[in-house]
Design a protein around this ligand. Structure first.
Ligand code: PLP
Length: 232
């Protein structure tokens, strides 16, 4: 992994990229938060983010969160961005304050019930397969209203927005489509249900500019902050 000095320089560079993208579309950079993706890196990755002033990090495996969170400051929030298996919901809710990848009605009911049991109120994002990637998790755009209807009936859940991952092989055009579709999906849900879904978690190291231009409020960054990963 990189040193803290390299990490801080990488953060500065990424903030500059976000600022340039915001300048292009008239947005305020303060609307876009950087969510460091600490997966596969040791807990120092999370400590770097904390030292830089960030107060959230993310993992795609429940177990990595379980290992690292006890070693980190208690006011650092952990967000889950991986596929959530139903048998991992309880351990996930004990570690993660935010679950970005809820993608079915069944999962909503389960997360809602277990959150109530544990007396926690997680923030929820729906993962939407807005890039129509057959290999990706996420609900279909057409299913999103059913998910929202189910989530609004769960008093322990606070749905704050949507999340998407573009097709890996699709290139920039398909990434842009994925992002635009996610924003449209969000706008339609807000209209139909008269609720606010302010968060759009989209954009990674390679495509953050397109995501910011499409309306991202949260870019999930791994390799641009910590250097290339050796594993997935
Ligand atoms: C790994 C991962 C990222 C970060 O990817 P980079 O290209 O390294 O920035 C973002 N989102 C999800 C869901 C991931 O699994």
């Amino acid at each position: 992994m990189v040193t803290y000095e390299q990490f801080a320089a990488n953060c500065d560079a990424v903030r500059q990229r976000i600022k340039s993208a915001c300048d292009q579309c008239g947005r305020n950079p303060s609307e876009v938060r950087i969510l460091p993706v600490t997966k596969t890196n040791p807990v120092e990755a999370a400590l770097y983010a904390y030292r830089y002033g960030m107060r959230s990090v993310s993992e795609n495996k429940v177990q990595e969160g379980q290992e690292k969170k006890p070693l980190a400051p208690t006011d650092l929030r952990w967000e889950f961005i991986g596929h959530l298996q139903s048998n991992k919901v309880k351990p996930a809710l004990k570690i993660f304050d935010i679950i970005q990848t809820v993608d079915s009605v069944d999962l909503i009911l389960r997360v809602g019930r277990i959150a109530e049991e544990l007396n926690v109120k997680p923030e929820i994002y729906f993962q939407v397969n807005s890039g129509h990637d057959p290999a990706k998790f996420g609900c279909e755009i057409e299913e999103a209203p059913l998910l929202l209807e189910a989530a609004l009936g769960q008093s322990a859940l606070r749905v704050v927005g949507l999340m998407a991952v573009p097709p890996i092989e699709g290139g920039m055009d398909s990434a842009k489509h994925t992002f635009d579709n996610l924003r449209i999906c969000r706008d339609e849900l807000e209209d139909k249900f008269k609720v606010k879904l302010p968060e759009l978690s989209m954009g990674m190291s390679g495509d953050l500019e397109a995501a910011v231009i499409a309306g991202s409020t949260c870019v999930r960054l791994g390799s641009s902050l910590y250097g290339p990963r050796t594993q997935k």
